[in-house]
Design a protein around this ligand. Structure first.
Ligand code: SF4
Length: 339
């Protein structure tokens, strides 16, 4: 039996080239991309604006490449966690989060991670492998809620900027008119700060960036986020400051609050100093206890005090609501095999 070439994950140009190499007129690529990316149709026989003979030729050489999730777990708050079983034992988790005005999917960019952040369950796994652009886009296309999605966040398993090429290609497909046509302003990539990948990401995309800061004090941060030793947050902030500000791109800091570790007055003062004079907003996150990781979440009063002091300093700040904690889908809890 002929091996079929999967089309999900290819750019329009790549689909054109693939079709041409199979003797199919490259002008059909736009219609094929429309059915796969916009209509989420995986079967060529359903692509009704393509002539029957061409549909037959397409199905002899190509497949949509959709891979459905292997498992599904639903939270009491309506969030749904999916497990995808990708080749080579690379399991990844994807979380769908419905809200009143938006439906967000949180995608993974790697199976596991090398960065070893102390508060993160994924970091305990080590790296099983990078995902391809196809495997990232598939997480958006192959979940049952796909057609209802309004936002995509790269906050699942893995450090997206350690897999920059695939992430940038996935964003191209998610945002292109011939692709899923999701606005850049509705796509956010979260990083612990990897150089020079931060600069490349800012140059190559118009999507939002979130820096997971954990602590504004370098010695503290280095204990929690080993990447700090190579790429200090101070340096990342300089890169962000030097990048021409764009009204369309949102830069934010994610600050997961750990009792007695990063929620003292001196941390708050240092945080205000780090970002004063910028338009960066701060999202204060609740810590979720898991496995052997022994931190405690900061008291709600302490989180509110941080928020109020940041606001008083002219910095946009909010305390983020946790989603999917009961199914191990909240921040820092993703680790394959929990579905
Ligand atoms: S927080 Fe992100 S970068 Fe750090 S170990 Fe977890 S997945 Fe990797």
């Amino acid at each position: 039996m002929a091996i079929l070439t999967p089309l999900t994950g290819l750019t329009l140009r790549q689909i054109e080239d693939s079709l041409a190499s199979s003797g199919i007129d490259r002008t059909y690529a736009l219609r094929v991309a429309y059915w796969i990316y916009r209509k989420r149709v995986g079967s060529f026989s359903e692509m009704t604006n393509i002539a029957g003979g061409i549909r037959e030729k397409l199905s002899e050489s190509f497949s949509s490449g959709f891979l459905r999730p292997a498992e599904r777990l639903e939270s009491a708050d309506g969030s749904v966690k999916y497990l995808f079983d990708y080749p080579g034992g690379r399991k990844v988790e994807t979380v769908f989060m419905p809200e009143t005005r938006r439906n967000t999917v949180c995608v993974s960019s790697q199976s596991g991670c090398t960065r070893g952040c102390l508060y993160c369950r994924t970091g305990e796994m080590g790296l099983k492998g990078n995902l391809t652009a196809a495997e990232i886009v598939n997480q958006v296309l192959a979940i049952p809620e796909s057609a209802r999605l309004t936002h995509v966040v790269f906050m699942g398993m893995g450090e997206p900027l350690d897999n920059l090429q695939a992430v940038v290609q996935a964003i191209e497909i998610l945002t292109a008119e011939w692709g899923l046509s999701i606005a850049h302003s509705r796509i956010t990539v979260s990083t612990v700060g990897i150089l020079p990948a931060v600069e490349q990401f800012l140059a190559k995309t118009r999507s939002n960036l979130t820096l997971s800061i954990l602590s504004p004090i370098s010695a503290d941060r280095a204990r929690l986020v080993p990447a700090e030793r190579l790429f200090p947050a101070e340096k990342i902030m300089s890169v962000i400051r030097e990048t021409a500000p764009s009204r369309r791109r949102r830069i934010s800091l994610a600050y997961m609050m750990l009792e007695g570790i990063n929620d003292t007055d001196s941390h708050l003062d240092a945080l205000i100093k780090l970002i004063s004079g910028t338009t960066i907003r701060v999202n204060l996150l609740r810590y979720h206890q898991s496995g052997n990781i022994m931190f405690r979440q900061s008291a709600p009063e302490r989180m509110n005090l941080f928020r109020e002091r940041l606001l008083a300093a002219g910095i946009s700040a909010s305390v983020r609501r946790s989603r999917g904690e009961d199914i191990g889908a909240a921040c820092g809890l993703l680790g394959a095999g929990e579905c």
